[in-house]
Design a protein around this ligand. Structure first.
Ligand code: ADP
Ligand code: MG
Length: 259
């Protein structure tokens, strides 16, 4: 019973059972401009509770802008972003409790892995006695339980990205937003991380949006995808549906389907 790896697994379990029920995201007629340039042009999307959803599209199509708008970064959009029916447009990021992981992991170099993960808990004034167990649980969930006392420079890129993921999930966000989180990793690692990400998402049951320009990545891990181009959603569906039945010539061309 005092086996440390069993204890750690038990802690990881407490974290997953603390989750509140997953949220539905409804994006309605969302538009956003930088100055005079309209970058999102009336986006409509309904993402189901617990779904692993992808924004897939070429560079410049507005994927990151849309993700950042959900997190509360960037110019205030027109239209609505609802979490379980409640519009969050206009609220500040920390009120939304939405977690985001970026392409570049940006860990604090002078802090250990554990300190990096604890940071958000300390900011939120989580009682000190709860911080250690929560940090260990989050690190265990991303497979980094043995690295708590390392510094970021002592980790590989993939390990750093796992820590970045732990740092985001440790505060138990309502929604998980991932902006090309695997793009900086080499090809083999990227493929392995896909499966780990999917397992983690299923275990947490958290509504997740994954941004990528890589259709294979979206197709292998996501329940449904929204293909984006030029600030507009071109098509929404399961990867196989979209692939077998592209809605227009842009989608067909982008996915390289025969149709
Ligand atoms: P993606 O993530 O799909 O590559 P982005 O959302 O980053 O696309 O960008 C969509 C469009 O918005 C691009 O034309 C980009 O140049 C523009 N854009 C993004 N951020 C800014 C900004 N801060 N200021 C001005 N234009 C921006
Ligand atoms: Mg982007």
């Amino acid at each position: 019973t005092s086996n440390p790896s069993n204890n750690r697994r038990a802690e990881a379990d407490t974290m997953t059972t603390m989750q509140t029920s997953p949220v539905q995201i409804d994006i309605e007629n969302l538009s956003l401009s930088f100055g005079n340039t309209e970058v999102l042009k009336g986006v409509n999307l309904a993402i189901r509770p617990g779904e692993f959803f992808a924004f897939l599209g070429p560079s410049g199509s507005g994927k990151s802008t849309l993700l950042r708008a959900i997190a509360g970064f960037g110019p205030t959009p027109k239209g609505q972003i609802k979490l379980d029916g409640q519009d969050i447009v206009g609220s500040v990021p920390w009120q939304r409790n939405v977690g985001m992981v970026f392409q570049s992991y940006a860990l604090w170099p002078h802090m250990t892995v554990a300190k990096n993960v604890a940071f958000g808990l300390e900011e939120r004034k989580v009682p000190a006695s709860e911080i250690g167990p929560k940090v260990r649980a989050a690190l265990e969930l991303v497979g980094m339980g043995d690295y708590a006392e390392r510094f970021p420079s002592q980790l590989s890129g993939g390990q750093q990205q796992r820590v970045a993921l732990a740092r985001t999930i440790v505060v138990e966000p309502r929604v998980l937003l991932l902006d090309e989180p695997l793009s900086n990793l080499d090809a083999n690692l990227r493929v392995q991380m896909r499966q780990d990400l999917l397992k983690l998402q299923r275990r947490l049951g958290i509504t997740t949006i994954f941004v990528t320009h890589d259709q294979e990545e979206a197709n292998t891990i996501c329940d449904r995808i929204a293909v984006m181009a030029d600030g507009v959603v071109q098509q929404i569906g399961r990867p196989d549906e979209v692939y077998d039945n592209p809605a227009n010539s842009f989608v067909a061309k982008f996915l390289g389907t025969a149709n």
